[in-house]
Design a protein around this ligand. Sequence first.
Ligand code: 3PG
Length: 263
Amino acid sequence: MALLLTVFMMLTLSQYAAIGLIEKTSTGIVLINPKFPVHSRRKFCNMTVIFMNTDSLLKQRLICVAVIDKPEDAVPLAEALLTGGLNAIEVTFRTAGAADSIARIRQALPQAIVGAGTLLTAEQVKQAVQAGAQFGVSPGLSEAVSQAAHDTQLPLFPGVVTPSEIIHALDLGWKNLKFFPAETFGGAKALKALAGPFGHTGVKFIPTGGINAVNLANYAALSQVAAIGGSWMADRKLVAEKSWGKITSLTAEAMKIIAAAKA
Ligand code: 3PG
């Protein structure tokens, strides 16, 4: 990392910006599409360097949606997911300890990719970024949340269901969209229909809501599905009971189903 940053600083920022490798922003600089494993931020010479890499986060095609009541459960939960083969966890802003949970996982487990979910306000986006969130998820499409995510360079997966919402999300600059609640709004069948008018735009979906080991393969088989979100591997009760072994086996089962699916 040190070598890379030294090489990086040999040219001026303007030269890098001119060849499209970085963007200068009010909050620092954004390094675009490097071969880094995760989206992250580092302080360097009083500047925030933001490594952009949403692809690596979506590579596993599975995101565990977690409601964590006690922040002390956050690290054991993320460890249980990692043992099951999954590094992506979305900690929902539905509990008071969400930001603390994100910060604890970021500090203890650098190999995990940690996002903030249920982002309903711009303020929550700021709290999530301060805690170290590497991506954000919202159940719906809010211009305030979208703007806050752009301002802080947080990759956002806003929630959509209808074609009009998809058009609006594309207008706001987002291409990986949460499709929520997936099972209630037509499931895999609806996503196949939406691929018709939107396939050429590059839009990809993250179906979430009502997905489990039984119907997971229906979604994993679709090329328009970037990743699948769900809480079934680590539902609130399993976390409260500290059923880490069970969470690991449900996660491993889900990873196996995804690996077997042909997208
Ligand atoms: C979410 O916030 O994305 C949903 O609550 C997850 O849906 P699920 O609990 O049905 O997986």
